[in-house]
Structure formats: structure tokens, C-alpha cells
Design a protein around this ligand. Structure first.
Ligand SMILES: [Zn+2]
Length: 422
């Protein structure tokens, strides 16, 4: 009991002492990085620094307690060597490393890290989990906020509009819907799509119970052409973000590769999460934790894909399916408990949803219809049929035919929304 008390006390004191105004001022500092490597190697390179008008995260929760994502960046104040900010994330580059292609050649992709603009010099460190889920340092940089190479161009914020507003952006989860492949002539369609997806999100549990903690923003940024690239069909469109199907040669994987371009567009609005609405009716989408989410907005299943992808983008939820054309070989090490909240290898199941399972439900849970509406540990998930377990027989993270998120996924989403809105 005494030990527990000391541990609790010390962890509280660690996180409670960061007073936002002691270390940060208005706006955000954006660090653009290049990630390059192969299946077995990775390097991160400095690209540039920018000042942006909005930092929309919590001024209270500055140190990441969610512990999600393959990477985490840490900002230390140089004057007192204190950790003053941290945030977990994943990237497209990390996914690329798991593809067949990455075994044969090098590739570089980009990402932008953002944190509140510091008052004094800081050291930024990026760490990545190894196969055993232990964070190792990959990159370090000293940043003097007075450096004249930090670009401070004025950002036009006039084209931003509110879709759902519940209050000050530093106290809410801010979701930004960016239009991709909508021309000026499609602007009414984009505004209607914004309303449609916002309505669906705010009507879907657990978002429906947390509406008053969420803001949704839109931005009038249009493309020369309608639609998106479909390389496998020889279709190329000149659009705002150059979104493309066939990412990593998977037809339905619809993503934007140039993150700097995306971050430039997003800078006009307050945002914690980017959602790219792609003006296409061809089935597709994709999302990566604290990277962005994307959906083909005109497809007839778009609303369900939208929710599924946001589970990845917002809360780092894993795919619970294991029979499909998506074949990531050995994506999870079966001897390690994955960081995602909605799958388990049973290695440290007590850290997941084990305590929520009824004592009458066996673990692992048999594939028997008497358990199909129960919380359990069903084998199959995370792209493999054996060794990875999911909480329920079906869920929106497994199949679009499902009724909703399961309890561990809901709890993960609720935690993230609270984190941004406290
Ligand atoms: Zn998915």
C-alpha cells in the first residue's frame, strides 16, 4: 500500500507542475521531418521549422498519458531540463516499412510535428518503439524559438468555418474536415458533406455522448480537378493534396503522401485531428494515429468507413479483422502485448480489458454464437487468424456490418476526447 501511494504521488507530481504560461506562448511550432529507411532501418532528418497561428490542444494535459502510437516526441525546456510536452503518433513511413517493397529499397516520406510555441530554447527528442515495444531515441534537435530561420509567414485564417462548435478550441477536441478533390463548383457539395459526416459522427456512440467536448471545423480550400488519383486505372487528377488510391499498391487504400502540403492547408484552422474528405465515390479510405484520417466521401458505405477510420486516427485502434486482402506479415510480435487498446496477445491481458469480462465467459472465448454478444477474447485480429485476440465477435473495427465500437474501443476513444478537452 505504501509503495502504491508513493508511486501514485510521484507520478502526479511529475505531470502537475507544468504551467503552460511558464513555457509557452500563443500559436504552434511546427517541425517538418523526413523519415527515410527500409524494412529494417530508419532515419529521421530535419527539414524546416514554422510558426503557425493555432495550438488547439489542452493547456492542462501537456504530457502524453495515453501511451499510444509507434512514436512519441518529447520537448524538454533547456533552462531547467524539464519535460514540458510530449505526444504519441504513428506515420505512413512506419507502415511502409512493413511492406514487401521496403525489403528491397529505401524510401522517404514526411510528417510535421506540432507543439505549443515555446518561450525559450528547447530540446526535441523523437523516440520509436522497438519490436518489444520499448521506446528508443531516433532523433534529437535543439530549437531556439528566436531563430530567424523559423518561418513566420502570415497564414490566411479567413476561409475557415464552424460545422459544430461547443467552445474554446483549447478545451475541446478539434476535428478539421479538409476538402480534397472538390472544385469551387463543388463547394455546396463539400458543405453538405461536412454537415452529413458531422451529423453521423455526433450521432455515433461514444461521440454522441461527448458532443459538448467536440468542435468540428471546415475550410474552403478547393482543387482544380474533381476526384482523386487512381493509378491502377490510369486516372490522375490535379487536386489540393494529391490524394491517391492504390497506396502501397492496395486499391482501396486512399491516402495523401505529402504531409507538408497537408499541414500547410490545415494551419489556417485550430485542429487536433485532420479528416480529409475525398470527393470520390470509389470505395476507400485510410487513417493513422495522430497523422490524419481520410475517406472517399461519395461512396455508399462512406459513413461507416468514416467511423472505422476515425477509430484509427483518433484513438490508435487496431484493425480487428484477419481475413482480407490486406496482408501485413507478422505485423504484431505474438510475444509482446501490443500498444493498441482493442487487441491483445494475452501476454499482458490484465493491462487490457480482462477485468471487464464476465466470469462466465471463457478466455480465450470460443467461436460459439452464445458468446457473439459478449465481451471476451476472440482469436483472430490485427491481420492474423492466430495469436491475436479481439474483444467482441464483431465490431466496427472488424467489419462495416457491425453495430458499433466494442467497450474497450469506446473507453479508448473516451479517454482521448477527455485528454483533449480538459
Ligand atoms: Zn482499418
Amino acid at each position: 500500500m505504501k509503495l502504491l501511494f508513493i508511486l501514485l504521488f510521484s507520478s502526479i507530481s511529475l505531470f502537475a507542475q507544468i504551467n503552460f504560461d511558464d513555457y509557452f506562448t500563443a500559436g504552434a511550432l511546427r517541425l517538418d521531418i523526413i523519415q527515410a529507411g527500409t524494412a529494417s532501418s530508419e532515419n529521421i532528418y530535419f527539414h524546416s521549422l514554422k510558426r503557425e497561428p493555432y495550438f488547439s490542444g489542452s493547456h492542462h494535459n501537456l504530457i502524453d498519458t495515453l501511451n499510444l502510437g509507434y512514436y512519441c516526441f518529447y520537448v524538454y525546456s533547456l533552462k531547467d531540463n524539464k519535460l514540458i510536452f510530449s505526444k504519441g503518433f504513428s506515420t505512413l513511413s512506419q507502415e511502409w516499412q512493413t511492406t514487401e517493397d521496403a525489403k528491397n529499397h529505401n524510401r522517404a516520406l514526411n510528417y510535421s510535428i506540432r507543439f505549443p510555441f515555446p518561450k525559450d530554447s528547447v530540446r526535441l527528442v523523437i523516440k520509436r518503439r522497438n519490436r518489444k515495444n520499448i521506446f528508443r531515441e531516433l532523433f534529437s534537435l535543439k530549437i531556439n524559438p528566436g531563430n530567424y530561420f523559423i518561418r513566420k509567414e502570415t497564414v490566411d485564417t479567413s476561409m475557415v468555418f464552424k460545422i459544430h462548435y461547443s467552445g474554446d478550441y483549447s478545451k475541446k477536441l478539434d476535428v478539421l474536415f479538409i476538402p480534397e478533390g472538390y472544385t469551387e463548383n463543388d463547394s455546396t457539395k463539400y458543405h453538405n458533406d461536412c454537415k452529413k459526416f458531422a451529423g453521423f459522427l455526433l450521432g455515433y456512440s461514444p461521440f454522441s455522448e461527448m458532443k459538448n467536448r467536440i468542435n468540428i471545423w471546415g475550410i474552403n480550400s478547393y482543387s482544380q480537378d474533381s476526384g482523386a488519383d487512381i493509378p491502377g486505372k490510369g486516372v490522375y487528377r490535379k487536386t489540393l493534396l494529391n490524394a491517391s488510391y492504390y497506396t502501397f499498391d492496395s486499391e482501396r487504400y486512399l491516402m495523401v503522401e505529402d504531409y507538408f502540403k497537408l499541414a500547410d492547408v490545415a494551419a489556417s484552422a485550430p485542429y487536433d485531428q485532420i479528416y480529409i474528405l475525398v470527393n470520390s465515390d470509389k470505395y476507400g479510405g485510410g487513417a493513422i494515429y495522430n497523422f490524419y484520417s481520410a475517406v472517399a466521401a461519395q461512396n455508399k458505405k462512406a459513413e461507416l468507413v468514416f467511423i472505422h477510420e476515425f477509430g484509427h486516427g483518433l484513438a490508435g485502434l487496431a484493425d480487428e479483422y484477419y481475413t482480407s486482402d490486406v496482408s501485413y506479415e507478422n505485423y504484431y510480435d505474438l510475444n509482446v502485448e501490443p500498444w493498441e487498446k482493442n487487441i491483445t496477445t494475452l501476454v499482458h491481458f490484465e493491462k487490457k480489458w480482462k477485468s471487464l469480462i464476465a466470469s462466465s465467459t471463457p478466455i480465450p472465448t470460443p467461436d460459439d454464437s452464445i458468446y457473439y454478444d459478449k465481451l471476451g477474447a476472440f482469436e483472430g485480429g490485427g491481420y492474423v487468424a492466430k495469436g491475436v485476440y479481439r474483444p467482441t465477435y464483431n465490431s466496427i473495427m472488424k467489419s462495416l456490418s457491425a453495430n458499433g465500437f466494442n467497450l474497450p474501443s469506446k473507453n479508448a476513444i473516451i479517454n482521448v476526447i477527455k485528454y483533449y478537452s480538459e
